[in-house]
Design a protein around this ligand. Structure first.
Ligand SMILES: [Zn+2]
Length: 210
């Protein structure tokens, strides 16, 4: 069984969204100093590394991360290659000729070719969805969409794609490490922490080749 771990390692070196809190892993109890055990306290944004967006991220009365349905977070998924596209639009999606019964879709973009998640500096020129692409996904019955940088939506139009997807109950998974993942069909396991009332949650995300 081939498992692809598409979760970036979480450390203070991990890139975060511009202005977002950096990751801190602070040792507060030390074996080397005579304490009975080592103990680490962590501090980070709920949107660190591989993570889900909950409806409450963009919708005033939206549900928290604990409400997300595991039946959507786990199941067959397709990784599609859209490298070479500057933005993922409805026209790009149309050209992919995706299976009609597809429910989970993950985009392998130039973000992976550029290894943006491995660069400590935030880049605003990443590839994301346009609003018409978000509408297309909703109209075609998608329930989960994932991408290989820190936002599903293009930098210059953050609100509408998020809004359209979250309003329709589509789960958004961001920050996926895909540079070694061949575009293909997989079994997806995306397991966000059930942070009650949170607008997002970090997740361990793996793909198993089928
Ligand atoms: Zn997010």
């Amino acid at each position: 069984m081939k498992i692809y771990d598409i979760t970036p390692p979480i450390s203070p070196h991990l890139v975060v969204w511009e202005g977002d809190a950096p990751v801190a892993l602070t040792r507060v109890s030390h074996l080397a100093q005579g304490d009975m055990f080592n103990l680490t306290v962590m501090s980070m944004s709920a949107h660190t590394g591989a993570h889900v967006d909950a409806p409450g991220h963009f919708l005033a009365d939206g549900a928290g991360a604990e409400s997300l349905d595991l039946h959507i977070l786990v199941g067959p998924a397709l990784v599609v290659d859209v490298r070479g596209q500057a933005q993922i639009t409805a026209a790009v999606l149309e050209s992919l000729h995706l299976p009609r019964d597809l429910r989970r879709l993950i985009f392998l973009t130039d973000n992976s070719r550029r290894r943006l998640l491995a660069d400590r500096d935030f880049h605003g020129d990443y590839v994301g969805l346009s609003a018409d692409a978000a509408l297309w996904l909703v109209e075609h019955g998608l329930r989960l969409v994932g991408i290989d940088y820190l936002s599903i939506a293009a930098y210059d139009q953050l609100r509408n794609p998020h809004h359209i997807l979250l309003q329709a109950g589509v789960i958004i998974v961001e920050g996926l490490l895909l540079h070694d993942v061949p575009p293909a069909a997989y079994e997806l396991y995306c397991l966000p922490l059930p942070l009650v009332g949170s607008d997002g949650a970090p997740a361990r995300v793996i793909l198993i080749a089928t």
